[in-house]
Design a protein around this ligand. Structure first.
Ligand SMILES: C[S@@+](CC[C@H](N)C(=O)[O-])C[C@H]1O[C@@H](n2cnc3c(N)ncnc32)[C@H](O)[C@@H]1O
Length: 233
């Protein structure tokens, strides 16, 4: 008989799935990633670019192709980060990517403990990184510390429009979301799990508004994601 699922923090969960993560990507994921890369390019033309929660580095090939981007890669899961580094090792310009190894946990950031000294002009947090993060206000406050004015944040989050929630999730969960405007799900994989936080647009806007201007929230075709775009005030 199978024992109870173990709920892990996000970094330990992603350590456990790191070696298999890329093999779960589908053709629709590839198409969605392409759409997101085009959107990112519309907002971020050049400068220091951070791939936040970059995972196994699936966005690095298109990011590195843009010669006017200086790349920073931050990923809290050691396992995911090692896959990303190994995949990029041989590529052209690979040695130009700054893989953050210290101060990876934004919760501990302050002006004296940032992961790098440079300020960032564009941040990508792709494929639901924010859905691993419960404390959005802290997240936006800390991220603001590393941004240049007008830095654009391009974040894909699980689409949380009510119509989508009712279509996608069990009725009990959907009603809970309707009433509380929040939903915490448990995402299982083999014998490990982690919590997935569904954030409403209202919550995303209110938690970011002290530091960021809201630009748009648009569903991404071929995926369950919506693209949230913000800019640093
Ligand atoms: C679904 S994966 C997406 C990975 C990658 N961005 C992609 O597009 O394939 C979510 C990633 O967010 C990372 N993550 C979760 N919480 C994080 C945090 N607080 N800081 C940085 N990365 C985080 C996880 O370790 C995981 O690699």
């Amino acid at each position: 008989m199978q024992g109870p699922q173990k709920i892990l923090p996000a970094d330990a969960f992603y350590d456990a799935v790191a070696m298999e993560y890329n093999s779960h990507m589908t053709e629709n994921d590839r198409k969605a990633r392409e759409i997101i890369s085009i959107e990112f390019g519309k907002y971020v033309k050049s400068g220091n670019i951070l791939d936040f929660g970059g995972g196994t580095g699936l966005d690095l090939p298109w990011l590195i192709n843009k010669s006017n981007y200086q790349l920073f890669f931050l990923e809290t899961s050691y396992g995911m980060r090692e896959v990303a580094k190994a995949n990029m090792l041989e590529g052209p310009r690979a040695n130009e990517i700054f893989f953050v190894e210290n101060n990876v946990d934004f919760n501990k950031w302050n002006l004296n403990t940032l992961p790098f000294t440079q300020k960032i002009d564009g941040i990508l947090a792709n494929f639901a990184v924010l859905n691993s993060i419960p404390n959005l206000e802290d997240f936006f406050e800390k991220i603001a510390l590393i941004c240049n004015k007008n830095c654009h944040l391009v974040l894909t989050v699980l689409d949380s429009r009510l119509s989508v929630i009712f279509r996608k999730y069990p009725l009990k969960n959907s009603i809970k979301y309707f009433l509380q405007k929040k939903l915490v799900l448990v995402n299982n994989y083999n014998n490990v799990s982690h919590k997935t936080y569904i954030h409403s647009l209202k919550e995303l806007k209110s938690s970011s508004k002290a530091y960021f201007n809201y630009i748009s929230f648009t569903p991404v075709r071929f995926s369950n994601f919506a693209l949230l775009v913000l800019s640093r005030k």
